[in-house]
Design a protein around this ligand. Sequence first.
Ligand code: ASP
Ligand code: MG
Length: 460
Amino acid sequence: MKVIKIGGGCLKGRKEIGQIVDLIAARGQGHVFVVSALNGVTDFLIESMRLALEGEDSIPKVISRLQAKHMNVARHLISHRKRLKAFSQDLNKSLTKLERLYYGLNFTKEMTPRIQDVICSFGERFSAQLLGAIMRDCGLRAGYHMPHKIGLVTDGKYGDATVNFVKTQRNFKKYLAPILNEKSVTFIPGFFGASEDGDITTFGRGGSDYSAAVVAAGLAAEILEIWKDVDGFMSADPKMVPEAQLIPILSYEEAAELAYFGAKILHPRTVEPVRSKKIKIAIKNTVNPDATGSIIKARSPRPKSVIKSVSYDTDIGIIKVHASGVGARLGFLALVASSLTECGINIKSVVTSQTCISLLLAQKDLEAGHAALSAIKPRPFRRLEILNDVALVSIVGDGLIHKKGIAARCFTAVSNCNVNVEMISFGPSRAALYFLTKVKDLHSAVNAIHSTFFATPRCS
Ligand code: ASP
Ligand code: MG
């Protein structure tokens, strides 16, 4: 049995969904599909929360737009009137729940993380309901199961939950495995689960990949396929480097590094659940389903240059904490880190020297991070500084840490293009080297490195 994840990018309009439906009909029997919301629906649900806070008049419009969006597809792809009616009733039940939540939001005027997560989870619920109904109309046995009904248990952290895998696996054995069938197609909404107290909790944006990996591991699937609208991992972002090539095989480590910083192909945590079970991940382009795409597995062949990809992340900023003797002061890093953690701010990475700690944060967290550190009493540092015109470049390849001359080649290429390296981090991973440049230099730096490791040198 396979677990297949269908991304929101493949669920755009009637035409694209029609293609996906044909693919499921041809290859889906006996497999489990973890689905994203239709394209744009999660953004719309989030945006509508703001509208609902401002005034309740917007709520009926929001609900009817969601209804129209899903019914449009259903009318096009479900031909039996009775089945269409059944779907419409099923959809309306979910819409009524959602409508109540929006009114609740308006009434309480409180946008808590809890209500945000429940509301966000509806996009995936609708798409699982829709695809289930369409497949039944195609004459297949198909059904959907909500994650909280099959025991997908999370740690309850809103917006960034982690799965309690031991409990989830036990629940899947009990509630999910017995209802799977070789002849039927099963849909599960991605993106969320429920805490032990029953609170709906999401895995962060793009989190359906992680859900799919949890389902694959929990059911010991033969493979996890991720159906997307791209071929797979590339040696660089093709928008920035036109000669970028597809990477046919990656190791778990390489894929995790690439997903974490830069390449937005997979949710960063997708590898975690499947890795220990050695379940392979295959990225498949739904427009080109017979192409090999990228395969992620325990071992990957090592190219001569070792490097598989150069990627980048512009959603990054730095807070520099200047203080003397940082390296010798017991507990200093812990103090800084815990004051950020208490404010719910995630530290993407840290680089320290004797006089300065550089904290890499997401752009959105910079101001709040600065405020949190400024509030520490007594003030343990000399000065704080924010840098936000920087981008993080990473080169990724298993074994990079042991191969001589990689860093030298990388930085020679960069300096030959007159680009200054702002900061280097080497060592936290066996498979990646990171450094920072100014955003304005990013294009030159990435192209120079790509040319060095993949083709003839060229400065752009
Ligand atoms: N629908 C959610 C999002 O847009 C989760 C996902 O698509 O994976 O972030
Ligand atoms: Mg998505």
